[in-house]
Ligand binder design. Structure first.
Ligand code: ADP
Length: 358
């Protein structure tokens, strides 16, 4: 087991800086997911923790020990990649035994660990098979088996599910989570998939352009995103946004959108003044469609039934909005629907800085 501390971690390739001073403390046994768009520096950060990439600046501590210059094998970490990198000519058993054999461990010492890992990962019946005779999910489990038998203090996963089909991804998500609950090891898991992040993490770290935008428990980030980036990144379909200007006087305040729609506000957000450019955010599932006094009207353009729910798409204030209803909606394209945005589900952001106001 190991806590991991990143203190002001930088990465430069030549003159280009790609990771800009990351501060992050990961507790022993915590499952932390680094999530962000492609190219934001997730893999680079993870590879610096693994020792596969030199750290340009800052301190990395694993289990309280400075690890910046330790060789990968001295860090006691196991990494599982997107590509399983199995040896095609070796059986499942031999693939998992490869590491211990290289380290010249005795068979008596590693055999029970392999059998335990195989049992835990439901590979017991496949130990004699070659990788080509396994499904994608089983191959990924062999790759995990290889990581597990090292009994590392820290597990690093770099987009391990990206090559699997959607159904298998969901299944493996649950399996990795269950594995963590059994082993209680520290995990850093990299993905660009916000649903993986939401469902697996104890704590999510949202990254953008080499910086941390926000870190916190999944529902904390979902319910109170600190800025427009996090608000738009987490959630599917994503949060709806409309830009406007704060208007009004002592009689009442409103956010007036570009198309003239005025959404009444109880009060001005603290630190904002009349005339300020503000962006309203509302999640699709929080919008109510039965409204005696609507906040806005949606001219429905597209109706998407998914079975469990229905998505209605249309334009509000110059942006496409999505409204999710649980009922089987009878609404047809072309109809106008009255919408209410409950106060407790409104997110207001400063349009220029992107920062959350309330
Ligand atoms: P992510 O994992 O979030 O997709 P990466 O960590 O792979 O992002 O990449 C972060 C940034 O660093 C990207 O802009 C990428 O182009 C750049 N980068 C990665 N590896 C190198 C390299 N060897 N040389 C120069 N730039 C690199």
């Amino acid at each position: 087991m190991a806590a991991v501390q990143l203190n002001g971690i930088f990465k430069r390739y030549g003159d280009t800086q790609v990771v800009h001073g990351i501060d992050l403390n990961i507790d022993d046994g915590e499952f932390v997911v680094l999530v962000g768009p492609s190219g934001c520096g997730k893999s680079t950060l993870m590879r610096m923790v693994a020792g596969l990439e030199e750290i340009s600046g800052g301190d990395l501590l694993i289990g309280g020990t400075r690890a910046n210059t330790l060789a990968p094998q001295q860090r006691n970490v196991s990494m599982v990649f997107q590509s399983y990198a199995l040896y095609p000519h070796l059986s499942v058993y031999e693939n998992i035994a490869f590491g211990p054999r290289i380290r010249k461990e005795s068979t008596a010492s590693f055999k029970p660990r392999i059998e335990a890992a195989a049992k835990m990962l439901n590979l017991g019946g496949y130990l004699d098979r070659l990788p080509r005779a396994l499904s994608g999910g089983q191959r990924q489990r062999v790759a995990m088996g290889r990581a597990v038998v090292r009994e590392p203090s820290l597990f690093l996963f770099d987009e391990p599910l990206s090559n699997l089909d959607a159904k298998l991804r969901v299944q493996m998500r649950t399996e990795i989570k269950a594995l963590h609950q059994r082993l209680k090891n520290t995990v850093i898991y990299v993905t660009h998939d916000q649903i993986e992040a939401m469902t697996m993490a104890d704590r999510i770290v949202v990254m953008n352009a080499g910086r941390i935008e926000q870190a916190g428990r999944p529902l904390e980030l979902y319910d109170r995103p600190a800025n427009l980036f996090v608000a738009s990144f987490l959630g599917s379909p994503s949060m709806n946004f409309a830009e406007g200007v704060l208007t009004g006087s002592g009689q009442g305040f409103a956010l007036t959108l570009q198309d003239g729609t005025a959404i009444a506000l109880e009060s001005l957000p603290p630190t904002a003044v009349v005339g300020a450019k503000v962006t309203l955010g509302v999640r699709p599932e929080h919008i109510e469609t039965v409204a005696p006094s609507p906040d806005a009207m949606l001219q429905v353009e597209v109706v998407e039934p998914t079975g469990a729910e229905t998505h209605l798409y249309g334009n509000i204030g110059g942006s496409t909005w999505c409204v999710t209803t649980r009922q089987r909606s009878k609404v047809q394209p072309g109809e106008r629907v009255a919408l209410r945005f409950p106060r407790e589900h409104r997110h207001l952001f400063d349009t220029e800085s992107g920062r959350r106001l309330v």
